[in-house]
Design a binder for this molecule. Structure first.
Ligand code: HEM
Length: 132
C-alpha cells in the first residue's frame, strides 16, 4: 500500500463533470443525430425517453463512466438494425462535434475515438461492415 494510489487519475467521465455533463451533452448530441436524415430513421420507432437513454449510455460507455447498463449486449442490440459503417461514422462525428462544442479536452477526444474504433464491430452489421 502506498499513498501514491490517491493520485490515480480520474476517469474521463469524472473529468468532464460526470452524470450532469453527460446529460448536457446528450441534449446537444440528440439534436444533431435526429436532425441527420441518414440517422433519424433508426429512432422513429423508439420512444423519446428511450432515445435519450440510448445516447446517455453511448456517451457513458465511450467516456469510461460507470457501466449501469444491464440490458442487451451491444452486438445483440445493434445487429438487427443493419447499421453500415458509414452511419456509424456519422454518429461518431456528431459525438465528436458535440464534445468539442462543450470544450472537452483533446486527450479525452482522442480516447473517445479509440473506444469508437473498439466497439465498431459490435455495432455495425457484419454484412454492411467492412469485416476486416
Ligand atoms: C459507441 C456506439 C454505440 C453504443 C455504445 C450504443 C449503445 C446502445 C445500447 C446500450 C443499446 C441498448 C439500449 C436498450 O436496449 O435499452 C442500444 C440500442 C440501440 N442503438 Fe445503439 N449504441 C451505439 C451506436 C449506435 C448507432 C451508430 C446507431 C444508429 C445509427 C444506434 C442505434 C440504436 C438503436 C435504434 C437502438 C435501439 C434502441 C431501443 O430499442 O431502445 N446505436 N445502443
Amino acid at each position: 500500500m502506498t499513498v501514491t494510489e490517491e493520485t490515480a487519475p480520474a476517469s474521463h467521465y469524472d473529468r468532464i463533470g460526470g452524470a450532469s455533463s453527460v446529460k448536457a451533452a446528450v441534449e446537444l448530441f440528440y439534436d444533431k443525430v435526429l436532425a441527420d436524415p441518414a440517422l433519424a430513421g433508426y429512432f422513429t420507432s423508439v420512444d423519446m425517453a428511450g432515445q435519450r437513454r440510448h445516447l446517455a449510455l453511448m456517451l457513458t460507455v465511450v467516456l469510461g463512466g460507470p457501466n449501469e447498463y444491464s440490458g442487451r449486449g451491444l452486438a445483440e442490440a445493434h445487429q438487427p438494425l443493419n447499421i453500415p459503417v458509414a452511419h456509424y461514422a456519422k454518429v461518431g462525428e456528431h459525438l465528436t462535434v458535440t464534445l468539442t462544442e462543450l470544450g472537452v479536452p483533446a486527450d479525452i477526444l482522442a480516447d473517445v475515438q479509440t473506444v469508437l474504433g473498439q466497439v465498431q464491430d459490435q455495432v455495425v452489421s457484419a454484412e454492411a461492415g467492412s469485416g476486416a
